[in-house]
Design a protein around this ligand. Structure first.
Ligand SMILES: [Zn+2]
Length: 308
């Protein structure tokens, strides 16, 4: 077992980094998401994996699963809107082709869900390094919202976002139309759209990044019919497919109404009536997670074998 997984008493992750440390290195890469990458053979490992911040030593214990990452003041979502409402609002009327509300069909045109290993980011040693590039069109405050969202993954998983230098596959954050992501690792520069004035909230960043790490929406998972009912008669016409079940890999985690990947009761409602209700408690209000749940974190750690 990896040493950072050995402690039975995980400490609360610290988030006491300084904004100054969030400034990316001056020599970032070209701005084209699909440009040809250079070989990395000429750079050392430390140059190759330049982690967003040096807070790693604060986070020695990620297994067993620690509490959810703390909120970062000022960057949590507007409490009046759920993640799915934020996404639904931002994506309303955009021409980008999306499935399930905010997922771009993948490059391989593979209808199969991203389940086992095909779309995972590769692990090197004990960490999974995911290179990123953040478009220069964001202000530094906007960049920092994205970075702070990414750092919440460092706090409780073995995912480490690194500034992209020469790596071939990476996430390219930019302000496109709406909030969306591909499902799992694709090829080369993989866009994650986080529109300014619409998608820049910690929970929305986490949600779209979880898609890019390979995770689907909670309400479409394979066993959802045991836990929820989909009220098709209340769904906006033409959006019924967004609620279609997917053969997900649930990684032995329970159905989780508190997942940041769960849509709210009224997602894509056409008449103000709920589109999703809990079978065990029809009055349950859900889909208002403001950060990753313990289950969201456990799924990452299981899929990426963070504790092995
Ligand atoms: Zn989504």
């Amino acid at each position: 077992m990896d040493s950072h997984c050995a402690s039975p008493h995980p400490s609360t992750p610290s988030m006491d980094f300084k904004i100054a440390s969030l400034t990316p290195p001056p020599k970032t890469v070209n701005t084209e998401p699909h440009s040809t990458s250079l070989t990395h053979r000429s750079v050392s490992s430390s140059q190759y994996f330049q982690i967003l911040t040096k807070e790693d030593h604060h986070h020695d214990s990620i297994c067993p699963i620690p509490p959810s990452p703390p909120h970062v003041d000022g960057y949590s979502s507007d409490m009046s809107l759920s993640v799915s409402e934020v996404i639904g609002k931002a994506n309303d009327g955009i021409s980008t082709r999306l499935e399930h509300g905010d997922i771009r069909p993948n490059f391989n045109r593979n209808a199969d869900p991203c389940t086992a290993t095909g779309c995972k980011w590769r692990k090197r040693g004990t960490k999974v390094y995911v290179p990123i590039y953040i478009a220069r069109s964001y202000s530094s405050a906007e960049r920092n919202i994205i970075i702070r969202g990414l750092l919440t993954f460092h706090a409780s998983t073995c995912i480490r976002f690194v500034w992209r230098r020469f790596q071939r596959n990476y996430l390219y954050f930019y302000s496109g139309s709406g909030c969306w992501s591909y499902l799992g690792r694709q090829r080369r520069g993989q866009a994650v759209s986080l529109q300014k004035n619409g998608c820049l909230y910690q929970d929305t960043v986490q949600h779209e990044v979880l898609h890019a790490l390979g995770f689907h929406h909670e309400q479409v998972r394979s066993d959802r019919d045991t836990y929820i009912s989909i009220l098709t008669q209340n769904i906006q016409s033409g959006l019924e497919r967004q609620f279609e079940k997917v053969a997900t890999n649930n990684l032995d985690t329970p159905y989780d109404f508190d997942s940041v990947m769960h849509y709210s009761n009224y997602a894509f409602s056409k008449n103000g009536q709920p589109t999703i209700v809990s079978k065990s408690d029809p009055n349950m209000r859900f889909g208002y997670a403001t950060t990753m749940s313990a289950n969201d974190i456990e799924r990452i750690n299981t899929l990426y074998q963070c504790c092995e």
